[in-house]
Design a protein around this ligand. Sequence first.
Ligand code: 4AD
Ligand code: MG
Length: 453
Amino acid sequence: MIKSLLAAEQACPLVKVQGWVRTKRDSKAFSFVEINDGSCLANIQVIVDVTVPGYAESILPLRTGASIEIEGELMESQGKGQKWEMVAKSVIVHGQSDEDYPLQKKGHSAEFLRSIAHLRPRSNLFGCVFRVRSRLAYAVHQFFQEKGFVNVHTPIITASDCEGAGEMFQVKTLSGEDGAGGKGGEEFFGKPAFLTVSGQLEGETFACALSNIYTFGPTFRAENSNTTRHASEFWMIEPEMAFCDLEADMTLAEELVKYLVCDVLEHCAEDLQLFAKFVDKGLMQRLHFVRDRSFERVTYTEAVELLLASGQKFEFPVEYGANLQSEHERYLTEQHFKCPVTVYNYPKEIKPFYMRLNDDDKTVAAMDLLVPGIGEIVGGSQREERLDILRGNMEREGLAEEEYGWYVDLRRYGTVPHAGFGLGFERMLMFVTGVANIRDVIPFPRVPGWAEF
Ligand code: 4AD
Ligand code: MG
């Protein structure tokens, strides 16, 4: 791989490189071919002498995007900016690239690159994004595994609406009496089934057996919000801890965000440099700040007071009892605290049935972690472990006990205080890369009006 070749300690008489041509320049006696294989941002430059067998037929006509394999000598580079280059001895062309290869050297707009999402991983920017995505996923597992959390694969098809927001995609078969709607799916599962909006409820059942668990998987929401931070399909990390209260839940969320930032700083330095140069000039400063400073915490009530006293003009009015809008969240984290901040204890009326009622009888033990540039990145809560209160909430929300009896059972057989949260994986990626649109941190974005590839 090019990454290991470029990290070589010494020259080597025979090495092999396989990859795709980024650029080629021809002179009288040589061609200079820049090859990339995605193992790192950098290309390796290969010098192909006209005397290399097959030069005229295979090397001269090569176009950007072609795939080749070259054997040759790894030598110290004479040119600036790179330590190593290769001198070719033999060349195999696996596939020439057609003349209309759409990725050219000039910068392309993000919109255009989305329309060629099958080729955009070959660009510098998207190579960096998806290498960081891979590393971040690894770090998520490492964080939880090191702490002894058990990874649970919660179902993607489910009959329950965890968030109660009705933002679900229904799963139906094409066959059956009514292929277009109603009965097809219901016959298959015996009841209406949906793509999960959260693995939390199923995750709770495992926390009430294995103590500390986490899920990390795809999540689906049919919200018709065409923003830069919402996708119809996204990935979420959801830890759930038994014998745990809101305080410890908030601490874990802060720790996780910090851990992921530190991990990327340590392991993705080259890729981060590209983001800092071309995507977000303030990126490194922000990441160092998050690594080095502690986060703030503020109750919802205090947050509302701060917003009302801010003198800021907001599009949506601030009032106690209403959801904080993205502009409010961003004011808090970007202008007021200038650092990540956790808002907790929200009015019970605006939160789902499973959140634990506080002693004030007005608020629930909910929390949202907000970060600069994005707003909410984590949403979580302590869960209602008291049977009577949970039943009351379900009755009020119209949740049938026949449907959610299994969830209620957790409170009937050895109930425990427990808590958890969901971290939006793409939002975390946006935060560590500075990439401003969620569509550009997920390989094939699904958003209202768009499900290509
Ligand atoms: O705040 P949310 O809706 O919380 C839950 O789903 C809880 N059941 C989690 C739990 O307690 N186990 O979603 C959690 C996070 C949000 O903070 C956000 O980062 C992300 O998921 N998220 C989205 N990311 C991309 N596109 C969307 N449409 C998202 N909706 C939520
Ligand atoms: Mg939320």
